[in-house]
Design a protein around this ligand. Structure first.
Ligand code: NAP
Length: 300
């Protein structure tokens, strides 16, 4: 099969750190072009914006959208309408209605829309999901605390409306929770700390609950210096589970548990993207996005 000729839109931190190496390491793909105003990749044709790439004579099949969420919708819609398969970075869009519309446009175009949650591909997640599937949840706590200066240097978009603030990383924890917990859960309260010079929160305390009344608490903070914490602690009627390092490490009843080697989050994302394109299928999981939107809705 011919490789999927793929263009990356928005050559910034995540494109450089993860997408380009993962894409180039996977023979199912070929990095054909980039669309980036300041970025680009040596030896690969670059166009400032997707419109100019589409107007060029460079032929391609797919785009990986690695821009900030404020512009995801417009770029994804344009690509889908031009018959390109789309791999969309998290958070998927600025508003939930935009994601619904992308699903509709993708279906009408008959192409693949892969709306990604990279943290769901962390090594420990699938084992945790299976372990939890036969147990009753007693309580859960998320501690997702990182240093914004270290992980998001110069990213002014993250503080602007639609940039999600601390929910930019926090949505990763929620994407894991919604993948591994067998039952639905909903936001009950959210305390959002928004600096006076920002549109979006620097920290948030969110309480979720299942229909059965089990509480899931979450602390998100962008002001963590020193060791960084991306942990989920879960207690059940038959033991406890801890996912740490963003879901890549798993402990059960306090002891390290074996997790499968899936090659890493982004290599696994591109493996899945190739599979979806081959099957003419799409994958969209709007739940984590709805939960973050709900935290903003009820947030104080
Ligand atoms: P970034 O370093 O700011 O890169 C995004 C790139 O998008 C910019 O370099 C810019 O390239 C382009 N862009 C297009 N329109 C833009 C606009 N209106 N404002 C700002 N940049 C614009 O951001 P990132 O960290 O790579 O994050 C991009 C997406 O990936 C986000 O949705 C984020 O949540 C997700 N993500 C990030 C990480 C991470 O660790 N950083 C991890 C996983 C997922 P040009 O100026 O060259 O056009």
């Amino acid at each position: 099969m011919n490789p999927i000729r793929t263009a990356i839109v928005g050559v910034g931190k995540i494109a450089t750190d993860q997408h380009i190496p993962a894409l180039r390491a996977n023979p199912a793909f070929e990095l054909t072009a980039t669309a980036s105003r300041k970025g680009g990749v040596e030896g690969v044709p670059n166009f400032p914006i997707l419109e100019e790439l589409l107007a060029s004579d460079v032929a391609f099949d797919a785009v990986a959208i690695c821009t900030p969420p404020q512009v995801h919708y417009q770029i994804a819609r344009l690509a889908l309408e031009h018959g390109k398969h789309v791999l969309l970075e998290k958070p998927p869009c600025m508003t939930t209605a935009q994601l619904d519309e992308l699903v509709r446009v993708g279906r009408a175009a008959g192409v693949t829309l892969f709306q990604t949650w990279h943290s769901q591909h962390a090594a420990g997640v699938e084992t945790a999901r299976q372990w939890l599937s036969s147990r009753a949840l007693r309580k859960a706590h998320v501690t997702w605390k990182e240093d914004v200066r270290r992980w998001h240097p110069g990213q002014t978009w993250i503080w602007q409306a639609g940039g999600f603030g601390v929910f930019d990383p926090g949505i990763n924890a929620i994407s894991i929770l919604s993948r591994i917990l067998p039952q639905a859960f909903f936001v009950t309260t959210a305390e959002l700390s928004v600096p006076s010079n920002c549109d979006s929160p620097i920290a948030a305390e969110v309480v979720f609950a299942t229909d059965g009344g089990v509480a899931i608490t979450a602390d998100f903070d962008f002001r963590q210096t020193g060791p960084q914490t991306w942990d989920i602690d879960i207690e059940t009627d038959a033991g406890s589970l801890k996912l740490s390092m963003g879901g890549s490490e798993l402990a059960i009843d306090g002891k390290p548990a074996a997790v499968p080697d899936n090659g890493g989050e982004y290599p696994d994302l591109y493996r899945r993207f190739a599979e979806l394109v081959a099957q003419s299928a799409s994958e969209v999981d709007s739940r984590p996005f709805q939960l973050v939107a709900d935290a903003f809705l009820v947030g104080r």
